[in-house]
Structures are given as structure tokens and as C-alpha cells.
Design a protein around this ligand. Sequence first.
Ligand code: M6R
Length: 366
Amino acid sequence: ERGGYPHFMLKEIHEQPRAVRDTLRGRVSDDLSRVELPELGLQDEDIRAIDRIHIVACGTSWHAGLVGKAAIEAFARIPVNVEIASEYRYSDPIVTDNTLVIAITQSGETADTLAAMREMKKRGVRVVAITNVVGSSAAREADSTIITWAGPEIAVASTKAYTTQLVALYLLAVRFGLSRGTLAEEKAREVLAALDNLPQVVEQVLDTAPQIESFAKRYKDAHDTFFIGRGIDYAVSLEGALKLKEISYIHAEAYAAGELKHGTLALITDGVPVIALAMQPELYEKTLSNIVEVKARGAFVLGLTWVGNEDLEKTVDEVIYLPKTMPLLAPVAAVIPLQLLAYYAAVARGNDVDKPRNLAKSVTVE
Ligand code: M6R
């Protein structure tokens, strides 16, 4: 049942090229010019009327939402708030007649996300669910549902669900941008071609596994570790840190790279591992200066960047090169080494990878 893999998590990590492909299938026109999402049930005029979006989710799904915000704001110019469901519910959110709520939940059964959906529906707000489970509570209760075709995810740590949630959000962002005229057709084609190419990108990224495994073995006894990045690299850092805590039990924190010097830099001392994401060419120089700051305090830095950016080698201790894709899509590539890092560190520590302590696959209590 684990398809020859020692754990479900590793199997699911390796399923990502297929999962991404299945989530795209039938949703991008053959000429790569349009997004087909009839299940959305929204016409162009409905999409043009949306004046704000609230993305509501928990954990990894919330992290996907952070990337979704960047994509929707870039392509469709609709302001997006990304909210933790357990907070949103009690925050008396300000909504208008034209607010759209997007609830992201792999299982479709997370109690807080469902409660937030119900509360918003009561207020007459339209709710779209992005879920991996056909027939789940979220799918049944939302006004419309976009299914991610990751297939069943068994490991408690979410991997292929996250990457397919990103794909669903990119598709939505392109669709919204085209309907609103904020995304030029030529640019849309470029994005859709890049999306279409993602399964191959993911395939190539998986080739970094041996390098990550060797790093993880050396790093498994770390007490504290930091993930840093800017923009959507920061969103991926949050996901990398969560994954590491969840299954390897190594304390990890994610920081917006520019924020370190406002306090946290005090924790960076000799040998502290720092995973630095530098996947955004526009932010590269700024991120690099933050990497220099942690190096100056003795950190051991593992950098992630795009193939061809050898410049990073001059500053960090080790580099993982990832295939170049459109910067907004880079999270799909960048998260994979972080999933693998958490996995191999957990294995090296002898943990129960698929069933980490204290956690359940779907959190049905509030
Ligand atoms: O099923 P959901 O997407 O609603 O689950 C939300 C979180 O409980 C989930 O993503 C959790 O954070 C993962 N175990 C993290 O790997």
C-alpha cells in the first residue's frame, strides 16, 4: 500500500508530479489561453463584482493561502486577507455583499474551517471551498468546490495536498485576472505555460533528495533552526518550519528575512542552522544581505535558489539549486526540499514519521 516506500509521507512527496498534473488536467485550455473551472459557478460579471476575498484555513492549508493571496493580488488586483480559521470565526470579520470567502481544507473536515464557513454562509457571503476530499463536509456545504486531485493523503504531515492547493489557487488567480481584465492575455499564456510545466519541475526537484538526506543526517541533532525568506519565500518558510516541528520535533521558526534584526538575530549564534530561501530574483539582493547578517553571527546556512544563481555560493555553506520557474510559482518547487528535510530528519531521529506524537490527520475539535 505504500508502493514500495518505507513511509506514506515519502510516497506522497514523490507523488507530487502526478498530483500536480491531475489537478491541472482539463482546467487549462489546450492553447494555454484560458482556465476552465465551471465548478466555480461564477460568471465573468460575478468575478468582476468581487471587492475583497477572505481566505480561511488552518495549518498547511493556511500557508497555501498566503501564497494564494500573492497570486490573486498580482493577477486579479482584488485585496485578499488570509485568516487562521480559529481566529477568524471570533473576529467579527468585516464583509460586504461582494466578499468572497475561500476556505482551504485538505480533509474538508477541519472543525474551525467548517465553523468559519458556516458563519459566513449565515451572513450571506459566498463560500468557495478548495478541498481534496470529494463529498467532504466542506465540499457539501460550500456554494462551490474546487477539488484538488492529490489523491488520499495518509501521512499526518501534509505534502501533496499543499502543492495541489497552490495549483488550484494559481488557476483561480488567472481565471479572476482574465475575467477582470487585470491580467493581459499574453501574460496569462505565460503563466499557464509555466503551470503546465510544473510537473516536470517537481520531478527535477525530487532529484535533490540525496543531497537533502545527507544534510538532514548531519543536522538531526539541532535544537533550534530558522527558516528565512522574503515575500512568498517567507510563506514557504512558514511551511518548512511547521513540517520540521511536526515530524522531526526540532524547534523551528520562520522569519521574514528583513525582520530578523528586530530581535531574533540575538538567537543566531555559532553553528545555528539557517535555511535561507532565495527564490525571488527581485528580492535577491535584499535577502542576500540578511543572509550575510546571519553568517556574520556564525550561522550554518543552507541556501535554496534557482539554477544559475551561483552567486549564493559565495555567501552560504551549502546550496540547493532548483529549476527556474516563474517566481510566483516557485513555492511549488521550493517546498519540496523542505518536506524532504523534515522527512529525513525525522527518520534519522527514529520518529514515527507518518503518525507524529500528539497529532491527528484531521482536526475535528475546535
Ligand atoms: O484538512 P485541513 O487542510 O483543513 O487541515 C489543516 C491542518 O490541520 C493541516 O494542514 C496540518 O497543519 C498538517 N498536519 C500540517 O502538515
